[in-house]
Ligand binder design. Sequence first.
Ligand code: MN
Length: 743
Amino acid sequence: MAEPVEIAKYNLTEDQEKKEILRQYRSLLRALKPKLKPGDKELVRTAFEIAADAHKTMRRKSGEPYITHPLAVAMICVEEIGLGVRSSICALLHDTVEDTDVTLEDVEREFGSEIARIIDGLTKISNVVDANTTQQAENFKKILLTLTDDPRVILIKLADRLHNMRTLDSMKTEKQLKISSETVYVYAPLAHRMGLYNIKTEMEDLAMKYLEPEAYREIAQKLAETKRERTRFINEFIRPIKDKLEQGNFNFEIYGRPKSIHSIWNKMKKKGVSFEEVYDLFAIRIILDSPPEKEKEDCWKVYSMITDEYNPSPERLRDWLSNPKANGYEALHTTVMGPQGKWVEVQIRTKRMNEIAEKGLAAHWKYKEGSGEEGRFEQWFQQIREALNNQDSNSLDFLQDFKTSFLTEEIYVYTPRGDVKMLPTGATALDFAFSVHSMVGSKCIGAKVNHKLVPIGHKLRSGDQIEIITSAKQKPTEDWLNLVVTAKAKTKIKDALKEEKRKIADEGKYLLQRKLEQMGVAFNQHNIDELVTHYKLPSPLELYYKIAIKTIDLKDLKDFQVMGDRIVPPKPVKLEPKEEETLKSGNKKDAELIIFGESSDRIVYNLAACCKPIPGDDVFGFVTTGKGLTIHRTNCPNAAKLLANYGHRVVKTKWVKNKEISFLTGIKIKGLDDVGVVSKITNLISGELRINISALTIEAKEGVFEGNIKLFVHDKDELENLVTRIKNLPGIESVDRYDTENG
Ligand code: MN
């Protein structure tokens, strides 16, 4: 990768630096060469000169001259995304309007309105990291608006983010965490949805390197160690297929491709298995050079050749030839039983499909012309536009809603008449009903899926045919929000609930009016405001509503004094503190943690119940309202969301060793059931190592046992030592730490 080269650059003389910048500029021109039309070269040169001049006094955190960043971003746009001249010009200029004296007018005068508009879009969305939550949601909305306006904005933004991730090493830890989290939370899914598979994968791997450094290093090392063995296996697997393809006169490429570290890690976590047990560390890829009219036929021919040689697993056939993914991905995937009884995934695609798989949207456009296909992206953009128009502008759930409805994988389902509808994975019968029409949604009482009756929350699967059953009496309720994943359904349900609430509130307003009259005071703005403030409510509507549903008892108004036509509230009522986090963690002592920042004072903190950090873990502090600081592990399941959404509330934290306080943690042990295994384990823990056990359960089934032990340790070193010692006992298969309450 680029890293060693960058380190060397620190020591360049001014002259050498200039040469290096020119070298990068020339290689950009070389990459653009096939796309240059008359006059383009001069435009690129002008853009480069303006950018170089505007940034001339600036340097990156790594010490390099700033202009190397726009140059690298432009290069990614051309080489890795497949964009052209105009996008490169925008990439070169992308930070000028934001950070230098260059104005949007300057850009427009020099390059015209099209480029100025893209730069404007890029400038608007450049400050996502440090914003607070509301601004964050707003900013993300801006990203999406510019996306539907001109998708090149987001493609250049992705290139910008990728380069920042590649050079994240020189940033402070705190920034690394924030930027990495935001990348996995927003940008990687966006890249995936735009069909930029390689960029998505690299972003996830780079983010993991900072968020879960240990797991990352461990897997990377194991991959390196097993490389030779893997290559031998791949060659053995490929040989007979290669022969067949050659006999069949195919023009093809075949190779084994390692899966990303991040995807291997995901599989390990999801299935609870070790690195050694992940069967698909790589996939075999076959790329055919087929003419357009024979693509599908050729792919299936190759499929049949492979399955003649190796036995396929029927559940693992994926046909994205007939139904491409919404991000444009087309291919045929199968998993077959290879030599040594190992499952191997084989991906079959043509050159055209491969380019779409790697360069996504940009390649898609290139091939779309003349193919007669109505663009999937255009459909997607249309859906996004609709969602944005319907969106309540202050909704903080927006990011989450958007992610689940637009950035996840999709399924195909059918209407009773056989029309295809595309929904995100996890969509329910109710989502389907709302996708048909909001009236069908709000009247939905159930559905028939493949002719069988199911409840409205039934999760749909690809290929299902759905008929919605409605009733005129039905209306949406609060818990419907938990039954849907699409933004459209959520918005419509919220609208209906709001409408309903307004009706109920009218009733409460009437009751309040009468009560105030009885007290002999006016029903006026002043008195209403007093009550709203007194009960700490956001609006009069909420007050009326709470009165109507009797959460607020009007009898309590007797505590108010009456002065003329005004009411005067009694002393403030005590409200229960609102908690953002559940704090069940046993330890609340304030010693062994130092907060780095403006001051290194010791601060009150709590350990998050969701991930139960112990000293030695990589952690960050999260500022909660009224509760001081909550400490999470950087690999906590909630971390990415917290860091991406509330980055401004994150504080860098580090442990200081303290041998006096113990922390509750848990380990899961699996092994062969052997008489005395329990006493061997407990002897080791409490006898030899003198660690306190808080709870222990052991279950044995068919010769295999699984034990869960909760125990108190001082820090991670102690825990790791314990894990190693248990692993060395005879018959022990695996020992893993677990974090959750119910884990
Ligand atoms: Mn930038």
